[in-house]
Design a protein around this ligand. Structure first.
Ligand code: ADP
Ligand code: TYD
Length: 213
């Protein structure tokens, strides 16, 4: 059972992982569970989550933009993030609401850093700027092998999903490094288990980490 005091304070929880790891499924289940406690929960997905950010998402993922350069990609990902942070995430946290995000700044480190080979230091700076220095309280990183993620994806792949298995492998390697570097907020969840067990593990970790604070 959660203590009353932590229910009164807004928390920022992010979900991360390679494509097809099962994030969106777990976001939905966690949000349902939090709402059972009568919490006000705001959900966002990245890139996206505001009118402007969803337009940027179209350019990044679905339009015929094969010529998009890797730095343009990084700037658009972070531009989308700046908008959703200012318009949705920061105001909600200030009001004491909980925010659950399907991807946030760590995705840029994994995908544009690992995937596209952009220097991590630059991306860290870009993220700092784009997030207004907002940092998640908890990050659930759902770890799966790239071939498992691929099996779980539907057949209509977006531009980044089309980059292939080695790209996902490089992104995964960065996530695993981030989990070590930011161990105070990163929780590695084994994504190979069944959906209910993963949800159970996430809930257990959330209770433990937030109650101990
Ligand atoms: P993501 O948001 O990480 O791309 P989704 O949550 O959309 O992943 O899941 C992709 C697909 O895999 C969906 O069809 C979902 O039902 C399925 N899936 C999610 N988690 C699991 C799991 N633990 N085991 C098997 N299939 C899963
Ligand atoms: P997502 O909406 O999670 O796709 P799906 O639900 O189909 O897994 O993410 C869209 C894609 O954008 C995904 O391939 C990861 C990529 N991405 C980046 O490359 N950098 C970023 O900073 C973010 C937020 C996403």
């Amino acid at each position: 059972m959660m203590r009353k005091s932590i229910l009164n304070k807004g928390k920022f929880i992010t979900f991360e992982g390679i494509d097809g790891c099962g994030k969106s499924t777990q976001v939905r289940m966690l949000v349902d569970k939090l709402q059972q406690f009568d919490l006000n929960v705001v959900t966002v997905r990245e890139p996206g989550g505001t009118r402007i950010s969803e337009s940027i998402r179209e350019i990044l993922l679905y339009r015929d933009t094969h010529e998009l350069g890797e730095r343009t990609e990084a700037l658009l990902m972070t531009a989308s993030r700046a908008q959703v942070t200012k318009e949705v995430i920061d105001p909600a946290l200030e009001e004491g609401q909980w925010v659950v995000a399907d991807r946030y700044a760590d995705s840029t480190l994994a995908y544009q850093g690992g995937g596209r080979n952009i220097t991590i230091d630059w991306l860290e700076k870009l993220n700092q700027f784009a997030t207004y220095e907002t940092v998640p309280d908890l990050t659930f990183y759902i770890d799966v092998l790239p071939n498992i993620g691929k099996e779980r994806q539907n057949s209509r792949l977006d531009r980044i999903e089309q980059a292939g298995l080695e790209f996902q492998e490089r992104a995964r390697n960065i996530y695993l490094k981030l989990a070590e570097r930011y161990s105070e907020r990163f929780i590695v969840i084994d994504g190979h288990k069944d959906i209910e067990s993963i949800h159970h593990n996430i809930w257990k970790e959330l209770e433990k980490r937030l109650l101990e604070k």
